[in-house]
Write a protein that binds this ligand. Structure first.
Ligand SMILES: [Zn+2]
Length: 225
């Protein structure tokens, strides 16, 4: 059974050169249980989000699967040094197990380590996405305080990404995230301002985020002050 769900992918650490294998999930084994109004998905076991971040078991350098091997080549020597220093501290703080049944705390640690990578790589869009996931993981962990901090940081990074206009093809998704986070943080009026902008900019499009934005609007209209 397990063999059909997981497979082992070989990686060479882009930072320290270590060879290792990491668990991947077959696409056919991914089952969405439900998707809420914020488009946040919950999954049947295994949750692919728990395996999205690849971490080197030796140096703890962590990144998304697609970036893992190539990203360090794009960093300059000062950034590499910063990352190495940050990971030294990370190794004292986090203790990764990287087994099949990933505990929520380990998933939180993995995403926190990946934040270090994308912070140093100055990739605000990926940081925004990581912090958003961290917000949901903290909510799963009943830690509302840390969830609020993570969502706020996600908002800052999405805002920066949007302002810079660097991801033009994904601006509708970014507007939807900006709105969602403000609503999650109970700033419903501010969230609605982003929904209005989404509606203005994409009113004649078939953006799925426009449809999702309308559903959010309908659901939270009464909470708007
Ligand atoms: Zn490494």
């Amino acid at each position: 059974m397990d063999r059909k769900v997981f497979w082992q992918k070989h990686y060479r650490c882009g930072l320290c050169g270590a060879d290792f294998r990491s668990l991947r999930i077959f696409d056919h084994a991914i089952r969405v249980k439900q998707r809420d109004l914020f488009l946040h998905a919950t999954y049947e076991f295994p949750d692919p989000q728990h395996y999205a971040i690849i971490a080197c078991p030796d140096c703890y350098y962590s990144a998304y699967d697609k970036d893992f091997e190539a990203l360090p080549d794009k960093l300059n020597s000062q950034q590499i040094f910063q990352l190495q220093q940050a990971l030294k501290k990370g190794k004292d703080t986090f203790h990764l197990n990287l087994s099949k049944e990933r505990a929520l705390q380990e998933v939180i640690d993995l995403y926190s380590l990946a934040v270090l990578t994308y912070l140093i790589a100055e990739d605000s869009y990926k940081m925004a996405q990581l912090y958003m996931k961290l917000g949901w993981f903290y909510l799963d962990d009943q830690n509302r305080e840390n969830a609020a901090i993570a969502f706020s940081k996600s908002y800052q990074q999405f805002f920066e990404t949007y302002e810079r206009g660097r991801i033009p093809g994904e601006a509708d998704g970014i507007l939807f995230c900006l709105a969602s986070i403000q609503i999650l943080l109970n700033n419903v009026s501010e969230g609605f301002r982003w929904l209005e902008r989404l509606n203005q900019e994409y009113k004649n499009s078939n953006s799925p985020y426009l449809t999702a934005g309308k559903a959010l609007w309908a659901s939270f209209r009464e909470k708007k002050t």
